[in-house]
Write a protein that binds this ligand. Structure first.
Ligand code: FAD
Length: 414
């Protein structure tokens, strides 16, 4: 890219007005009112995605997950309703879809993860009909509940791609809700529930695997690991998986279905992967403690698009954002970057209607609960946390840049 001068310049440019972008903007402006912050965001709507699981299970209204983007942008920030097309960190500029160039003193890259629906042959043509649903998009999540309500027995299949994916627990949460629903409808005898994962374990943190295996067993959900969905024939209702055995040999397995819940393959956004900011995997290559880019010091990244080696969740963003903000401001003041992120992330694993187990952990899979409760038990209290407390906390506290938070305590699980 040429070094042509930008059409406009801001002290801080934030790419993405999702969970991470809005939280960082709000927190920056709360700490330093008057700072010149611009957010580049193409979408008119901001979603609270963690509630999509509940929407798909018929336990939450989609309208409650959605707000106008403009309404969540801090009043003194500039919203630029466009998408970034190219990153030019050598010249401290980004190029937008409409050809404009934006200059910056500091850049925060938070455009989330790309949902790669096209990776599964036939999926795009049949998604939203023929019993093929997905909680991963606001366009398709309500169809999940329609499929569940219309289900009268047969094969209910749930898929999870190999990593990376956001909220790695979400693919199995809907399987458990479906199992509970089927039981309540008296359809359990007539139903086979199968969870196919492209990964090699039910969950990334070994301590949570046995309790989750018990949940799957209790619900009669058969777990098939190392099975990656590669094709869907919606009209004939057949899903094809590529399976791998211990020697790495692959085979194709066909599975007829009556209901198929698909979690799409996911990857870094193209414009990030093709930029000088990317690591070999395509993610924005940042220091895992400071969130600062390893080659371009005035660039920071957090959330799903970053290389931070932890599970990609909004809960992780909650802890990454204050670190990023403190380090951005320290850099602007020419001070050392002292704030450090410990890898905290959390996944509220919905196991039944009315029960949730919250998996909280830091780097290296160390379990780190916030509350002094058994982290491996499902509880009614955590259902209330998931359905009532966390959504309110998100809109009123996190997106408003209010940082005070309850500390988590890393521990070695027995
Ligand atoms: C079904 C489901 C269940 C989930 N459950 C949970 C849960 O229980 N708990 C939890 O903590 N997390 C959960 N998550 C994950 C959580 O929503 C994400 O990890 C979180 O939103 C990541 O924040 P982010 O800002 O990185 O990305 P996002 O919030 O996705 O925001 C990215 C933003 O960048 C914008 N953007 C994209 N490309 C560009 C571009 N070129 N230029 C400018 N802007 C761009 C997008 O429009 C979007 O607004 C769930 C997600 C899903 C889909």
């Amino acid at each position: 890219m040429s070094a042509e001068s930008p059409d406009s310049r801001h002290q801080v440019v934030i790419i993405g007005g999702g969970t991470a972008g809005i939280t960082v903007a709000a927190s920056l402006l709360r700490r330093r009112p008057g700072l010149d912050v611009a957010i580049v965001e193409p979408a008119d709507r901001h979603y609270y995605q963690p509630a999509f699981t509940l929407v798909g299970g018929g336990a939450y209204d989609l309208a409650r997950t959605r707000r106008a983007t403009q309404s969540v942008v801090p009043r003194s920030a500039t919203l630029i309703n466009s998408a970034v097309r190219t990153l030019d960190p050598e010249h401290n500029a980004v190029e937008l879809d409409d050809g404009r160039r934006l200059g910056y003193s500091q850049l925060v890259v938070a455009p989330g993860i790309k949902l790669d629906w096209g990776r599964v042959a036939g999926l795009e043509a049949t998604l939203g009909k023929n019993g093929v649903c997905s909680n991963y998009s606001p366009e398709t999540v309500e169809y999940t509940w329609q499929c569940l309500r219309a289900f009268t027995g047969g094969n209910a299949i749930f898929t999870q791609p190999p990593p990376p994916l956001k909220c790695a627990g979400a693919p199995q949460k809907i399987a458990y809700l479906a199992a509970d629903h089927v039981k309540r409808q008296g359809l359990a005898e007539k139903t086979q529930l199968k969870f196919y994962s492209g990964g090699g374990a039910l969950f990334s943190v070994p301590d949570f695997v046995p309790p989750l295996e018990q949940v799957a067993q209790r619900h009669g959900v058969e777990v098939m690991l190392l099975h990656d969905l590669v094709a869907v024939d919606g009209e004939n209702k057949v899903a094809t998986f590529e399976s791998k055995n211990a020697d790495g040999e692959t085979a194709r397995v066909e599975q007829p279905f009556d209901l198929l819940h698909v979690t799409p393959h996911q990857c870094a956004p193209d414009f990030v992967a093709q930029s000088p900011l990317a690591n070999a995997g395509g993610w924005v290559e940042v220091d895992k403690a400071t969130t600062q880019h390893v080659r371009y010091p005035n660039v920071f990244s957090l959330g799903d698009a970053s290389s931070l080696p932890t599970s990609k969740t909004a809960a992780a963003v909650r802890k990454q954002a204050p670190v990023t903000v403190q380090n951005l401001l320290a850099q602007a003041d020419e001070k050392a970057l002292t704030a450090a992120y410990d890898g905290y992330t959390s996944c509220p694993l919905v196991t039944d209607y009315g029960r949730v187990m919250i998996a909280e952990f830091v780097y290296d899979g160390v379990v780190a609960p916030t509350l002094p409760l058994n982290p491996f038990r499902t509880s009614r209290f955590y259902w209330w946390v998931k359905t009532s407390f966390l959504p309110a906390f998100y809109w009123k506290h996190m997106l408003a840049g209010r940082e005070p938070d309850i500390a988590h305590r890393p521990r070695r699980a027995s």
